[in-house]
Design a protein around this ligand. Sequence first.
Ligand code: PRT
Ligand code: ZN
Length: 298
Amino acid sequence: MTTQRIRLALQKSGRLSEDCFDLLARSGIKVRRHKDQLFCHSENFPIDILLVRDDDIPSLIIEHVCDFGIVGMNVLQETTLSKNAHDYSDLVEPIRNLNFGYCRLSIAVPSDYEYERIESLSGKSIATTYPHLLQKFLSTHDIDAKIIELTGSIEIAPRLGIADAICDLVSTGGTLAANHLKEAETILHSQALLIKARPTFTPEKQRIANLFMRRVQGVLQASESKYIMLHAPKDKLQQIVAILPGVEHPTIMTLDGDPTKVGIHAVCSESVFWETLEKLKDAGASSILVMPLEKMLM
Ligand code: PRT
Ligand code: ZN
């Protein structure tokens, strides 16, 4: 019997590609990539990868050509609206956010545009590659504006006299500033997410899919978590444990030679900020160590 394999759609080249391959590597999935190849296989995990434009990824999952895909929420939501679907989860199964590819879809206007509130866009023209998301936003706010659909270089549309405003992705804001534009409204906050096709898999394929999802989950959970070790006065134990973010069952140990204190080891499932460490110190904690986690299997 040949082993079943799962198929994953990734962006061939672009802003998501490197992070996607990095995620696979951290999940222990070895993939050899060749330039200009549309398909690649893993040698140590039953997964094949289809390399495509990011805009094609939602449809490949919706039409069951691929079992999994990684795509920006912006592309997923635009595709969903273009297919007249109510919600993206009607078309694909969202598995989880991946903590990369962060950006926002915003409306921007020329720096000297007297923008006060959303009504300032009434009767204006807005250039975008996201006509459905923009239309939904305008309709929700009861604004009648003309949408001009372009395929690229949106940011130069106002300077060329093609449109009064633009609606495009923003990450650092550098492109807007370089083109003398200012952000007026944010339509959507986006990041990359792992999505799965809706059909029922065979038991063997489901087993592989579960293994894949568990690996990705383990990598992300580990990168979101920290291992913390500290000493605490026995009479402050409750108070100190309460400060630890996302800790359910800390390990409490006696300390050799100091009966007044205990050692606490715990996995914090939420970010540990300097402010948290300062609060721990103020509460009496000492010898505080925070360490990254590499892998987690709960
Ligand atoms: O060829 P293909 O269709 O696959 O690629 P593409 O050119 O359509 O997409 P690509 O690689 O630019 O982006 C892929 C995905 O990355 C997007 O769909 C988003 O989910 C995510 N992403 C994150 C971004 C950005 N940040 C981003 N800053 N996508 C595009 N931009 C562009 C934006 O359009 C603008 O031109 O970067 C510019 C603004 O960046 P700042 O940093 O100057 O604000
Ligand atoms: Zn694209």
